[in-house]
Structures are given as C-alpha cells and as structure tokens.
Ligand binder design. Sequence first.
Ligand SMILES: [Ca+2]
Ligand SMILES: [Ca+2]
Length: 296
Amino acid sequence: MKTVSAIGIALLFACQSCSTTSEETTLAVENPGTVSVAESPQTFNLESSLSNSAVIGSSTNKILSTDTIRDNLFLSQYVSENRYLGTVIWTKENETFNPIWQDKDSSDFPPHTFSFVDFDRDGRKDLTLYFGQEEVYGTEVYLNQSSKDYRKENFKLAYQNWNDYSVIVDIDGDGVPELLDSGYEGTEHVEGPEFFLTDDVREQVHQKYDQIARVEGANNFTFNMPNYFKVFNSFVMDSIKVFAYDNGRFTDKTCMYTDYLDWRIGILKQMGTDNRNDSKRINELISYLEKKKTCN
Ligand SMILES: [Ca+2]
Ligand SMILES: [Ca+2]
C-alpha cells in the first residue's frame, strides 16, 4: 500500500497496489437458465436463447451476472465449475435474446469489471473491461460496431494496456472521455516508488480531483467515475499518457493536455522540495512530462 491512500486524491494519483473493491468484484451467481437482467423488470430464459452452440454457455454453466448496457445490449459472464469461460453480449428483439458477440477467456486473469462509455461519439456505448488479479492488471476497450447478427467485429479492440488499469476520465471537461494510462510499456505491472505529500500539496490534489470530477467534468459521473475509477489510477510517480479516440483507434494524445501536464509538473516540483521524496525520480518525471507537452 502506498503512503497516500485518501480516496479524494485517488482519481489522479491512486495507489497502484489497490485492488478492486469488493463491491466491484463480488458477482452474484444466478441459477443457470433463467436470468434476471439487472435494472430490468423482465426475465428471460437463457437456455432457450443458446441455440448457437458456438456461444459460450450452456444450461450446465453458471452465469455470474448480467448487466444491462442500454442501447438494447445485455452482457452475461459464464463460469464452469471453477473457471471463468467468457463474456457474451446479447441484443433483444421481439422478446428474444440473440447473442451478437463473445469473448472466450478461460485464462487465470479473466475480466472482472465492465464499463460502457461512448468514446467515438457515434451514439453507441463502447465496452471497457478490466482483467487480472493479484499483481496482474489490464485494460481493454472495444468499439461498439454492433449489428443485429452475431459477428466478431461487433466489438472491435481499439485499446489495450496489459500492465495497468487505465482510467476513463474527461480530463479537460469537453464532454469527451479520455483514457488516463499509467504510461509504462510492456506487460509487467510496475509498482511506483513510495512518495510523500505535505498537507498543502495533498489539498491541491484534492482540489484538482474536485475540479475534474465535479466541476469541469460533470460528464465523468456518466462515465462511471468516481464509482469505478476512484481506485484505479495513474500514480503521482507514474509517467502517464493520455490516450484519446482518433479515427478508429486510441492514440497517445498527451501533448493535447498541456494544462493537465503543467499541473502535474507543479505538484512534482513541490514534492521535490520535500527531502523525504526521491528527487532524482521526480526530476526525471518532470523532464518526461515537459517533453510530452510537444506533439511529435
Ligand atoms: Ca461508440
Ligand atoms: Ca475530454
């Protein structure tokens, strides 16, 4: 656990060793067959909808949960006796549920948290999932290109981070969400160094959180922040990147967010005057962030 753990600063600097909350990871196991769709008074018989044998799940599999995505999309997760099998997304027409997409995953690190946010502003909610456990962290975003029929392309992979949970957050308050990425390369999770904040700097971080979460970024609440994302974030000692949707995929657009970079640099400079902190690391980060202000 990091030195800093206050929830109020978590959006911007949360501890990377934090795991998901029990609320996010505890999924009620339903009886196989009939499933109650969350936020919907209706129920449907899953077994009768599984005529497509290619789709994960059968009457012998358990369903972990079903989530209503809106946009007439529904999500189910499947497990066998003791292993996750995968995720299926359904549509509903004429009271019948039809599978349109699946993500088979029987690995040791299946997805555990799902979020539906429209990144490309086409009116269809895109799928973001977090996978991993213990020291494994990962984020994937799939763009919703759904049709009425089952096909792999209904949700197209557009972003991947296999070393951390990235945060969906509207950093500049323009109503369009960005992905705040911890900035590390590769597939190994990187644990940042310990650091210390004075009360004054901590208060500045609190204020920035409030500004992003409640003032500039009113839309952040519809992006499930802060409910999901207050514990997942880029740490103050991370070499962050900001990814934004651009023409079919997410690209590093960090240089477009100079106000945010300047703010982080200001915090780091104040931290650098505190001799409890690793000044070499802080100076490297400041140099990194200064370079990121220039678009290549
Ligand atoms: Ca979309
Ligand atoms: Ca934005």
